[in-house]
Design a protein around this ligand. Structure first.
Ligand code: ADP
Ligand code: MG
Length: 140
């Protein structure tokens, strides 16, 4: 297995409930290392650009409204098999279907307000990391 980097976002439902530290502990306990982190408030245009891949989906408008409804914490997680590992730690998109002990099972409010984003492939991880961070921001 290779050491990888993936883009994570702690979403507005989680920052509103002051869960950044609890969620970060899940990453660290699973062997993922936070090698870059930035708190920011996305504009509508930034949310639409980040989720452009979903622009034809019925939930796109609501998702962008939600993602710019409060601060987010964007972060780069690094570790062995980090992209898949993070998806396991996050749990299924719909918290009703998420496994016990996952972030979404324990913290998500709904299929939309599901507390975390994680890249789904090496290609998207590279694109999504570059959306938020420069090489100089990432310190392994
Ligand atoms: P994931 O975040 O697990 O990769 P997707 O990429 O399919 O899931 O969807 C991106 C985000 O869009 C989800 O995390 C969630 O916030 C929202 N979303 C997905 N499906 C729905 C849905 N059916 N209704 C409302 N929001 C949704
Ligand atoms: Mg996705």
């Amino acid at each position: 297995m290779a050491v990888e980097q993936t883009l994570s976002i702690i979403k507005p439902d989680a920052t509103r409930r002051n869960l950044t530290g609890k969620i970060n502990a899940r990453f660290e306990e699973s062997g993922l290392r936070i090698v870059a982190q930035r708190r920011l408030h996305l504009s509508r245009a930034q949310a639409e650009a980040f989720y452009a891949v979903h622009k034809e989906r019925s939930f796109f408008g609501d998702l962008c409204t939600f993602m710019c409804s409060g601060p987010v914490v964007a972060q780069v997680l690094e570790g062995e098999n980090a992209i898949e590992r993070n998806r396991e730690v996050m749990g299924a998109t719909n918290p009703a279907n998420a496994d016990e002990g996952t972030i979404r099972k324990d913290f998500a409010e709904s299929i939309e307000a599901n507390s975390v984003h994680g890249s789904d492939s090496p290609e998207n991880a590279a694109i999504e990391i570059a959306f938020f961070f420069s090489a100089i921001d990432i310190v392994g």
